[in-house]
Ligand binder design. Structure first.
Ligand SMILES: Cc1cc2nc3c(=O)[nH]c(=O)nc-3n(C[C@H](O)[C@H](O)[C@H](O)COP(=O)(O)OP(=O)(O)OC[C@H]3O[C@@H](n4cnc5c(N)ncnc54)[C@H](O)[C@@H]3O)c2cc1C
Length: 380
């Protein structure tokens, strides 16, 4: 085992840290307040190579490994988890599946512009009636010969507005249940696709989240990803990698809150001494440090498995469950360490606490991760 990062991984970590601390931090409170898409940062992240960073160089991507990817997501999310999710959804949920399962033509047309970040991707699985139980797809893709006719509504779609390429799942053969689901790739500006206004969220407010409506949308046959009926498997495989990005995001949120709590505890005095000299506060910091270290190691292990082409789905579920639950606990405690100051926006930890909550919900709730993990244990 080697716990040392390579020079390249350290460089990517530093680049993400520099951007987050020097550029993203400046206007993060304003972005949280206004809940507007951070177009300028998206452009900068593209120029720095973070959008498409894990796509192979053959398709114009950065060709970076998963360890580098989780390091970058962690650093961005320490400062602004909205930027973390934009990068994560684009890389893991949009690019990765197309590279793994797409045809040469699909890769040429859709992956290449996503690999350079020229076009952003989104992943449309959830529906009003299909959340944790994604088998219940109600969006219908009727086979019309040389095209599919798609109708229905997707909801909770991250990057829905800032993306121009959509990967979506739809039911083609309802009688076959989840084996009848297909995955497709399509441009957002295809006639018949419309968006709701974006959701007014608790946290990650500058990451756009919308419902997407399909009304008689014609999707060419060649836009189906994988063989007929592969869509559910496609989505589950893609989410295994997606969860690693969310785990890294949770880690970043937790680490950002811990850094602020440590710093504050070394400046604030109560009862004649620094609050970090009160054991009750020092122990909170110790608990934060232990959880962060454990989460980081779980994430690295899952990323290492992925990079070495070994099964990583259970490891990524474990990493996501632990990192997101820990992020929630750590951010709540960080607010406590800052006392009243923790409760106001200027000190950032209340925002990090709001952001942490989402990591326990999307790309599979904590309960769903426990189902995945326990099933694997019971099958052993
Ligand atoms: C801001 C945001 C962004 C999102 N981005 C995307 C996106 O880009 N693409 C996309 O496709 N989806 C996205 N989602 C959807 C997200 O993945 C779902 O919200 C999530 O999977 C949970 O589904 P649900 O909200 O319908 O909750 P439900 O499935 O209705 O679950 C409600 C509660 O019941 C629990 N529960 C459900 N089933 C079980 C069970 N069998 N055992 C125990 N407990 C259970 C859940 O854990 C949860 O606590 C996003 C959601 C949000 C809020």
């Amino acid at each position: 085992m080697n716990f040392e990062l390579t020079e390249e991984q350290l460089m990517i970590q530093q680049a993400a840290r520099d951007y987050a601390q020097r550029e993203a931090l400046k206007d993060v409170l304003e972005r949280d307040e206004k809940a507007e898409i951070p177009w300028e940062h998206i452009k900068n992240l593209r120029d720095l190579g973070f959008l498409g960073m894990t796509v192979s160089t053959e398709w114009g991507g950065g060709g970076m490994d998963t360890i580098s990817y989780v390091l970058a997501i962690e650093e961005l999310s320490k400062v602004d988890a909205s930027l973390g999710v934009i990068v994560s959804v684009h890389n893991s949920l949009a690019c990765w599946g197309v590279e793994k399962f797409g045809t040469q033509e699909q890769k040429e047309k859709y992956l290449r512009p996503m690999a350079t970040g020229e076009k952003i991707g989104a992943f449309l699985l959830s529906e009003p009636e299909a959340g944790s139980d994604a088998t219940q797809q109600r969006v219908i893709a009727e086979d019309k010969g040389d095209y599919y006719l798609v109708n229905g509504t997707k909801n909770w779609i991250s990057n829905a507005e800032c993306a121009s390429i959509y990967i979506f799942m739809a039911q083609t053969h309802p009688e076959k249940k989840h084996r009848g689901i297909n995955a497709f790739i399509i441009e957002k500006d295809t006639p018949g696709i419309t968006l709701s206004p974006h959701e007014d969220k608790l946290g990650m407010r500058s990451s756009d989240t919308n419902s997407v409506m399909f009304n008689d949308v014609k999707v060419p046959k060649e836009n189906r990803l994988g063989e007929d009926g592969f869509g559910f498997k496609y989505a589950m495989k893609v989410l295994e990698g997606g969860r690693l990005g969310i785990a890294a995001q949770a880690l970043g949120i937790a680490a950002g809150a811990k850094e602020r709590a440590v710093q504050y505890s070394k400046e604030r005095k109560a009862f004649g001494k620094l609050i970090c000299e009160h054991q009750a506060i020092a122990f909170k910091l110790a608990d934060m440090g232990v959880k962060i270290e454990a989460a980081r190691n779980l994430i690295f292990k899952a990323a290492w498995l992925k990079d070495n082409n070994m099964p990583f789905g259970i490891a990524s579920a474990i990493a996501k469950l632990y990192a997101s639950d820990s992020a929630m606990e750590i951010t709540v405690e960080a607010v406590q360490v800052l006392g009243g100051y923790g409760y106001v926006k200027e000190y950032h930890v209340e925002r990090l606490m709001r952001e942490a909550k989402l990591t326990q919900i999307y790309e599979g709730t904590s309960e769903i991760q426990k189902i995945i993990i326990s099933r694997a244990m019971l099958d052993e």
